[in-house]
Design a protein around this ligand. Sequence first.
Ligand SMILES: *[C@@H]1O[C@H](CO)[C@@H](O)[C@H](O)[C@H]1NC(C)=O
Ligand SMILES: *[C@@H]1O[C@H](CO)[C@@H](O)[C@H](O)[C@H]1NC(C)=O
Ligand SMILES: *[C@@H]1O[C@H](CO)[C@@H](O)[C@H](O)[C@H]1NC(C)=O
Ligand SMILES: *[C@@H]1O[C@H](CO)[C@@H](O)[C@H](O)[C@H]1NC(C)=O
Ligand SMILES: *[C@@H]1O[C@H](CO)[C@@H](O)[C@H](O)[C@H]1NC(C)=O
Ligand SMILES: *[C@@H]1O[C@H](CO)[C@@H](O)[C@H](O)[C@H]1NC(C)=O
Ligand SMILES: *[C@@H]1O[C@H](CO)[C@@H](O)[C@H](O)[C@H]1NC(C)=O
Ligand SMILES: *[C@@H]1O[C@H](CO)[C@@H](O)[C@H](O)[C@H]1NC(C)=O
Length: 530
Amino acid sequence: MLRLAAISLLLIASVLSEPRPDLAVPVTIPGVSSGSLDTNGNIVANADRILATLNQFQSIVQSLYYIKTPEYAEVADNFRYVMDSLVEAGSPIFQGLSNVAKISSGNIERAFNGIRSDINYTIDLHEEHMSLVNASRDILGDATTAYFEGALTKLFENLNNITSLLNNIQGAVVQIQQLNPRTQAAVNALLPNSDIKALNAVLRQYIQIADSAIPEIRSVVSRIQTVDGLNSRITTSFEQYRQSLNTYINRTSAPYLQSNVINTLVNGLANLRKQLVERTSKDGVSVATLMFDSNNVLSDAANRTVPVLQALALNISTNFDALENLVKTLRMATDRPHVVLNMTERALNAVIRETSLVMTQRRNRSDSCFAQVNNLFDAIPRNVYPSLSNCLYNTVSDLSAMVSSMNYATGFTRTDMNYELAAVEGCVNMITRYSTDMTKYQAATCLNEARNFISGRRVYVQQIANYQKLLENEVAYSAGRYDYCLANSMRQAQTMINYLRGTFGQCVGMAPAVTPYKFRIGGKVTIRFG
Ligand SMILES: *[C@@H]1O[C@H](CO)[C@@H](O)[C@H](O)[C@H]1NC(C)=O
Ligand SMILES: *[C@@H]1O[C@H](CO)[C@@H](O)[C@H](O)[C@H]1NC(C)=O
Ligand SMILES: *[C@@H]1O[C@H](CO)[C@@H](O)[C@H](O)[C@H]1NC(C)=O
Ligand SMILES: *[C@@H]1O[C@H](CO)[C@@H](O)[C@H](O)[C@H]1NC(C)=O
Ligand SMILES: *[C@@H]1O[C@H](CO)[C@@H](O)[C@H](O)[C@H]1NC(C)=O
Ligand SMILES: *[C@@H]1O[C@H](CO)[C@@H](O)[C@H](O)[C@H]1NC(C)=O
Ligand SMILES: *[C@@H]1O[C@H](CO)[C@@H](O)[C@H](O)[C@H]1NC(C)=O
Ligand SMILES: *[C@@H]1O[C@H](CO)[C@@H](O)[C@H](O)[C@H]1NC(C)=O
């Protein structure tokens, strides 16, 4: 930069005589962009043309700043760095050449040395540029890497050619500068025509190499952008569905499971427990009133029955408490849909990587084949999400319906207990204030029979055990359906991914390299107690 400023100052300071003599041999450069070499061109125009092309390099690679996918961001950085560096190191050289070509006065030696040192600096960067291009080989492929290595090497050799021509031209420029008077005829006589032609030939070669690199650079940039775009788009899509799934679970499945399944079951059991305990306790109280009867046989029978009823109430409480606590531990594996979503994303990402490589390596037909499958990538998360939220929805609905039936099933316990407690109640009801001793003996016998009957049977214990087993079975059946639903969602996604992969592979004439991706969810029961 400093050097450039110095050269500009030299030029501004120069005294312009008329007509201004310069090193510009015929001012036209026809055919430069089409690569024709059959005219000499002009150093200023050629150098300016190179500067314009280099600017184009730089502006094309600008968009590589915005690559998000880490895998491609590195390649993009390398590639952009090489191009930027090529431009930043090359521009002063051609700016300098353009400037010295407009010579009239100033320190010619300093100006030429500036160019030489800029060339040296650029040549020193060559190794680094080559190794950075080589580092992107895995992504860009052998052909593209070879192309850019070749182009860089040609540009590098080209700069070497410039150096050797500068010496002769510098000598002539110094002589022209010393002319007094500086007539056009005298300038023409000193012009190093063959060296200027040679320099122009080198510059035009540079233009040709650089020009043909432009579509190649564009192609690399646009492919990296395409695959980065695909990757970001699909990553974002999965991220959104992951959020939606979270929200769905938090706002729908989890609260519904709590309120319509767990709470409904617990409330049903608590309600039954309350009825049974209340009735048993009430019976205990009414039997206890007989403990102080004047009839010893009756009071003794009552005294022996009360603890049995108390123990019964306690036993009912304890058993129901245990069952309610068990029901409260009912859990649904709400992370499973996330597991499926993640597995789907991983499998799709593998296909995206494969497809992206075909694109960045510019395999035959990759563009048109990519266009064919581009939308299919989005279809996969879009299909798997509703499928997974359906599994959640169906499972909680299914559990909720099962819970209603389970609450009906408690009716058996109520009925059985009613009949069994009725035995005790019947004995108590035999006694009134006016009962005769005979009735009291009869009632005492009745109580003793009822007590033995109740403590021998304990039907409700069996009922609760049945209820628990039934509940466990129903939950397991539901879990099986949930598992099936998740596995089925996964298979659908798998099928779509395999189809996508196969379609693209066939289109680009490349059989899928490995066997289709296998999914696995572990075949675990995904709703359970505890
Ligand atoms: C450029 O490099 C060459 C060879 O390495 C050296 O002879 C020359 O002095 C250098 N020129 C400048 C201006 O640095
Ligand atoms: C280019 O990269 C490959 C690895 O991708 C490495 O084996 C090779 O040595 C590199 N070549 C050069 C010239 O750095
Ligand atoms: C530059 O030099 C190389 C040899 O180093 C030669 O093959 C090539 O033709 C030269 N280019 C021009 C335009 O003179
Ligand atoms: C869902 O709930 C979990 C834990 O309860 C919490 O970590 C997460 O942030 C919630 N997500 C949303 C989307 O509400
Ligand atoms: C009931 O029986 C227990 C012993 O089993 C006795 O200690 C108690 O006094 C009896 N109560 C009445 C009221 O008879
Ligand atoms: C309730 O009664 C049954 C049958 O007698 C017995 O097996 C069980 O241990 C009792 N449970 C409790 C908690 O007392
Ligand atoms: C799914 O993937 C996300 C993002 O990679 C991660 O945060 C989450 O823990 C994964 N979930 C499961 C259940 O593996
Ligand atoms: C790509 O296509 C070109 C021209 O159609 C053909 O020469 C070349 O062999 C193809 N390359 C591959 C890898 O199929």
